[in-house]
Design a protein around this ligand. Structure first.
Ligand code: SAM
Length: 280
């Protein structure tokens, strides 16, 4: 795809052309008004504990990121961190309270407002920037020591520009920590899984809401302003990071917690996390 079409998708022969980035911006703004769990900011107590060095954060739904993935844990003083597609007032404020210099970058102004809310409430210095994760041109080369990228590339058609941009803006010796959906999650009929608890293999992979849903399913999705999702190949998700120049140095898998009631999670891990290193 050419650059101007990178964040656009068409719906099969029905010729619906949509700017995915703009659509998902509004979808995530709406999730904030609905108090989706991925938009709820941390409370004062967690920030106070992080200031004392007691903290953990997630890249995936439940498992805390291993402490060894953070240089100097628990004191992050002197570490320049980019929270990439990380709005929602969760990880950015904790990393800032732990001493890091934090920039949170996200496509949803409402998600970034959650980071601002915590920053103002708890007197933290957090820089917030609105933008598309595939284009980090507002940052110079070698600007950050660490990039923290929670599950989010399922909302874009092609994650490869993200890996290339992350590599460019990281300092040599820096690391990119990413949460990623397991592509196999998307092989199942999500409605049947959600409503009937049934796992029916339905979609060839890689999956795209735009191309694999029926016309009526897609119009319901549009009506409810539900975010549009994509799966990607493992070649793109893991191989793409290596292709960008990174070395893989850490990996774990995770599932949604019982409160989410996700059927697929009862049978297999639904997401994973990678730690990759930019050679120094
Ligand atoms: C599941 S949330 C991850 C952040 C949240 N703090 C968490 O840990 O759950 C996904 C985030 O990706 C953001 N996002 C979606 N598409 C994006 C894009 N093209 N560029 C930047 N951020 C995007 C959303 O606005 C949302 O804040």
């Amino acid at each position: 795809m050419g650059p101007q079409l990178r964040d656009r998708a068409t719906h099969g022969e029905r010729r619906i052309i949509l700017d995915i980035r703009k659509y998902n911006e509004k979808a995530w703004d709406k999730k904030v008004t609905e108090n989706s769990p991925w938009t709820l900011p941390v409370d004062k107590e967690l920030v106070a504990k992080a200031r004392k060095g007691q903290w953990s954060i997630v890249l995936t739904p439940v498992k805390p990121v291993p402490f060894g993935w953070f240089p100097g844990f628990p004191d992050m003083t002197g570490c320049k961190i980019l929270g990439l597609a990380s709005g929602g007032g969760q990880q950015g404020p904790i990393l800032s309270a732990a001493g890091a210099t934090v920039t949170v970058f996200d496509n949803s102004p409402a998600q970034l407002a959650q980071d601002r809310l915590v920053a103002d409430r708890d007197n933290l210095q957090i820089n917030t920037v609105v933008g598309d994760m595939t284009d980090l041109s507002c940052f110079d080369n070698a600007s950050f020591d660490l990039i923290f990228h929670p599950v989010s590339n399922c909302f874009i058609a092609d994650p490869e520009p993200v890996w290339r941009e992350a590599f460019r803006v990281l300092k040599p010796g820096g690391s990119l920590l990413s949460g990623i959906m397991n592509p196999d999650y998307y092989v199942f009929d999500s409605q049947k899984a959600e409503k009937e608890g049934l796992l029916e293999v339905r979609h060839p992979l890689p999956y795209s809401d735009m191309n694999h849903l029926t016309k009526s399913e897609l119009s319901t999705q549009f009506k409810e302003r539900e975010a549009l999702e994509f799966s990607h190949t493992m070649e793109t998700l893991v191989g793409g990071q290596i292709e960008a120049g990174f070395q893989l140095t850490g990996f774990y898998e995770d599932r949604f917690g019982p409160e989410v009631g996700d059927t697929v999670s009862q049978f297999m891990p639904v997401c994973f996390a990678t730690k990759v290193h930019k050679p120094g």
